[in-house]
Design a protein around this ligand. Structure first.
Ligand SMILES: C[S@@+](CC[C@H](N)C(=O)[O-])C[C@H]1O[C@@H](n2cnc3c(N)ncnc32)[C@H](O)[C@@H]1O
Length: 275
């Protein structure tokens, strides 16, 4: 395998295997994907032709939510399941509103780490950091020196879990809900939880096939229905418009809502504040 297949950290990036972060990068029109990823992506598109659209509207939710929260005064973000950098990244959106914004990115994948340099180009007034960790180990994330050197955990933080939790099953770390509860308990009042999550509620057969393709590629997927998604926000106050689909959360243009069906998006989104 060549040098680039091992990344800067020397970890084998397994370019011969399809990988969820690189499949998603392909759907977003990125260049950090390889033949095996494109092959899996083609299979997904064969059963769910809206996959690229769904990826785009998921990403755009992150842009709108980040902008709205920055405008409302939030200055700190913890983004877990960051993915391969895709411009604009979260800190670029936040720092456009508030240059002093601080963002900690976390992913468990060496592929993302290999590309993390783009996430660390902060505005000089703000700061960004990268933590290589698994969301199912919240204590490790919250005690990472890079995080503690960047965020003030006595002040409100936005916990951004965008298109991440459907990769967390109900066993690891006590299950996805227990993992999220751990973070919610650790963050101070005024903190915000912003989540998107794939669902089979609107296109069950297609999403079952998508799940099978990811599983065959070595990535288990656990889709959740509306009630299971809603439980992530228990005890926190949902911000307007409450639980909705990714493209319907405060759209910039109402025409964006009509242009995408629920089945095409197949992804819930919501933002809530800790009382
Ligand atoms: C579909 S991408 C989402 C990227 C970005 N958040 C977005 O919405 O545009 C999901 C990311 O979650 C990461 N991921 C999956 N399971 C994880 C885990 N247990 N801990 C941390 N990151 C994880 C993957 O490596 C991938 O980069």
């Amino acid at each position: 395998m060549d040098e680039c297949a091992h990344g800067a950290s020397g970890v084998d990036l397994r370019l011969d295997r399809a990988h969820s972060a690189r499949i998603y990068d392909y759907f977003l029109g990125g260049r950090t994907n390889f033949a095996a990823d494109r092959e899996a992506a083609a299979k997904v598109l064969g059963v769910f032709p809206a996959a690229q659209l769904a990826a785009r509207v998921n990403r755009e939710f992150m842009h709108r939510a980040t902008r709205a929260l920055a405008r409302a005064g939030t200055r700190q973000w913890l983004d877990i399941g960051t993915g391969i950098p895709t411009s604009p990244n979260l800190h670029e959106v936040a720092q456009e509103v508030a240059p002093e914004a601080r963002v900690v990115y976390t992913d468990n994948d060496p592929i993302v780490l290999a590309h993390a340099a783009a996430l660390l180009r902060s505005h000089p007034e703000g700061r960004t950091a990268y933590v290589q960790a698994d969301v199912t180990d919240p204590a490790a994330v919250l005690s990472a020196p890079e995080l503690l050197g960047t965020l003030d955990l006595s002040r409100p933080v936005v916990l951004s879990l965008n298109a991440l939790l459907h990769f967390v099953d109900d066993e690891r770390g006590g299950g996805a809900h227990a993992v999220v509860e751990h973070f919610k308990r650790a963050l101070p009042p005024g903190s915000v939880l912003a989540v998107t999550h794939a669902t089979a509620d609107f296109a069950p057969e297609a999403l079952a096939e998508v799940t099978a393709i990811y599983r065959a590629a070595g990535t288990p997927v656990r889709l959740r229905d509306r009630a299971e998604f809603a439980r992530f926000f228990d005890g926190w106050e949902l911000l307007e418009p409450g639980i909705t689909l990714s493209h319907r959360w405060r759209p910039d243009d109402p025409r964006d809502v009509a242009a995408v069906s629920a089945a095409e998006a197949s992804c819930y989104a919501a933002v809530a504040r800790k009382p």
